[in-house]
Design a protein around this ligand. Structure first.
Ligand code: B16
Ligand code: MG
Length: 211
């Protein structure tokens, strides 16, 4: 019943969330801010400057815009160093099989990641050519939970939002899919992704015919 499937990247196709965690943790601690896995959950699907603002909110210090840009840059350099050794071994189980099943069913395939490093990650994973359209996060004004990125993917794929299935691991991402008027498939736990239409544990359980 769908005409396109639009995937999130981090946490759905590959686990870059761990690399984001390591890079943010170092940055936060350099500013005297405590950072742990639980806090990292709040940053999933949130863009770079938005994530930094959430971290610095626990600091008593006030930062100028210039200082914030420098800190965001520092985190990004560290993150890029961490992802430079990624390969197809970093694909999450079931990811390639899911992409291939969508292709076989004749649907269009999009990628909606707010990461400005998404193109690099796709190259490392060796799956760039599996997508009909990859949104350039640099051209998106509002991050998730705003629906902009999913609507952009749908319009570039030439498919109405109501005919799209969106796949997300983050609360903000599921909210973006629902705000776009799409069917939301959550990857994770139903008690976390409460807004999703269906939740599965990983793409290993992906079954297009079931939604
Ligand atoms: P960057 P997604 C998001 O990607 C991550 O979940 C989030 O943690 C990260 O801060 C954001 O990308 C920005 O990434 O600093 O590389 O531009 O889940 O939308 O694929
Ligand atoms: Mg994600």
């Amino acid at each position: 019943r769908f005409k396109a499937v639009i995937f999130d990247l981090d946490g759905v196709i590959t686990d870059t969330a761990h690399y984001h965690y390591l890079a943010w943790k170092q940055l936060a601690e350099s500013q005297g801010v405590h950072f742990d896995q639980a806090f990292n959950e709040n940053l999933k699907g949130i863009d770079r400057m938005g994530s930094l603002d959430l971290i610095l909110a626990s600091s008593p210090r006030r930062y100028t815009q210039e200082e914030k840009l420098a800190l965001a840059d520092e985190k990004n350099r560290h993150y890029q160093e961490l992802i430079s050794t990624m390969s197809s071994a970093d694909l999450l189980p079931g990811a390639v099989a899911a992409l291939d099943s969508v292709r076989r069913a004749g649907l269009r395939i999009g990628l909606a990641s707010v990461s400005k490093n998404a193109f690099t990650v796709l190259e490392h994973l060796g799956i760039t050519d599996k997508f009909d359209y990859v949104v350039d996060a640099a051209k998106i004004a509002r991050g998730k939970p705003d629906p902009e990125i999913f609507l952009k993917a749908a319009s570039e794929l030439g498919v109405a939002p109501a005919d799209c299935l969106g796949v997300e691991d983050a609360v903000a991402g599921v909210a973006a899919i629902k705000a776009a008027g799409m069917f939301a498939l959550g990857i994770g736990h139903p008690f976390v992704l409460t807004e999703a239409d269906v939740v599965i544990t990983s793409l290993q359980e992906f079954n297009l015919a079931a939604y």
